[in-house]
Ligand binder design. Structure first.
Ligand code: KDG
Length: 334
């Protein structure tokens, strides 16, 4: 029987009959989750990525998105990817430092001066190097999307100088660099998953949190916070992560579709985030928040107070990683 089968195949090949190519793109349903609400600019990125995916797969793929930590917080969802039980997550890098310590480089206070620097570092060879490290942990980073520059909100008083942080119970992402940054400022830093923040603010378990304007707006923190201070103390990237165990079962053509459409989503999401930022700032003030800039001389004192975080965490992050990003930023700044 084996001989007959070989003969048949040989005969077919000899006749030059083209065998139907294996389906390079199969029917698939992809699950994506994240912690922000569906009104956040992440939704614009997901919509653009979904349109790209449907087009490139001729409708063979379906992308289902879940919002507001409904499938778990950033770290829980990321672990689901590593175990191959979920395809995608859009997550801040900060809660993942226990998986890949090098991600802590993005949490160093006042690292980036503006979005153009962040894009140049993340979309260049440094960002590729960090993405490469993620593969060792069963994760494929398809693209860096934008969480953004983080600003402080609180329910006690305006923060206009270093001393105003003293004793303030500030929620931070579960990350020792953020913990140390706010401890250095004199605050009582309290690590907490994003999904718990609104209730903790509402019940006065904490006094403050820090996030970009679009998150403060779309997560309705203005309902439970009175003061917003433009600290811009860190820029947090999102990672669009894909499960490597699942990735490894996909074809090269399917990999190319995910990379292309992940970048399409990135560009749409960054544009939406930057277009909404000033509107969100206006919206939260309209909703009653008191907004203040911080005097440059006072910002300098705040920067000085947190500089020691760089030295303290360089070894954990990887001294080579810290040196590489500093070199890249020096190159960009000329
Ligand atoms: O999925 C993203 C959110 O869960 C979260 O990372 C947003 O910046 C954020 C925070 O403060 O946790």
């Amino acid at each position: 029987m084996k001989t007959l089968a070989n003969l048949s195949l040989t005969a077919i090949l000899a006749a030059g009959v083209a065998l139907p190519a294996m389906a390079e793109v199969q029917e698939r349903t992809l699950t994506l989750s994240n912690g922000v609400s569906e009104t956040h600019p992440v939704a614009d990125g997901v919509a653009a990525m979904r349109e790209c995916i449907v087009d490139k797969t001729d409708g063979k793929w379906t992308l289902n998105a879940f919002w507001s930590s409904s499938l778990g917080d950033d770290l829980q969802a990321t672990q689901a990817l590593r175990s191959g039980t979920q395809e995608m997550v859009i997550t801040s890098t900060s809660p993942l430092v226990g998986i890949e310590p090098a991600l802590g480089v993005f949490d160093l206070p006042f690292l980036f001066a503006d979005e153009s620097e962040a894009d140049a570092v993340l979309d260049g060879d440094f960002g590729d190097m960090i993405s490469g490290k993620m593969e060792n942990s069963g994760l494929i980073n398809l693209a860096y999307w934008e969480n953004g520059f983080r600003n402080l909100t609180n329910s006690l008083h305006p923060v206009t100088k270093l001393e105003d942080f003293e004793g303030m119970r500030v929620r931070v992402m579960q990350n020792n660099i953020f913990l140390d940054t706010f401890q250095n400022l004199g605050a009582n830093a309290m690590p907490m998953a994003f999904g718990e923040v609104f209730t903790a603010l509402e019940t006065k378990t904490i006094d403050a949190q820090e996030n970009p304007y679009v998150t403060i707006d779309t997560s309705k923190f203005y309902e439970v916070q009175d003061y917003l201070s433009a600290t811009r103390h860190a820029y947090t990237p999102f990672m669009l992560l894909f499960s490597k165990p699942i990735w490894d079962s996909y074809s090269d053509e399917e990999h190319a579709i995910l990379k292309e459409c992940g970048a399409v989503g990135r560009d749409a999401q960054r544009a939406a985030s930057r277009a909404l930022s000033s509107k969100s700032l206006a919206a939260v003030q309209e909703a009653g928040m008191s907004f203040n800039e911080v005097d440059p001389a006072e910002m300098e004192r705040i920067r000085e107070a947190v500089q020691s975080v760089y030295e303290k965490h360089a070894e954990t992050i990887g001294s080579d990683v810290v040196e590489a990003i500093r070199a890249k930023l020096d190159e960009i700044r000329g």
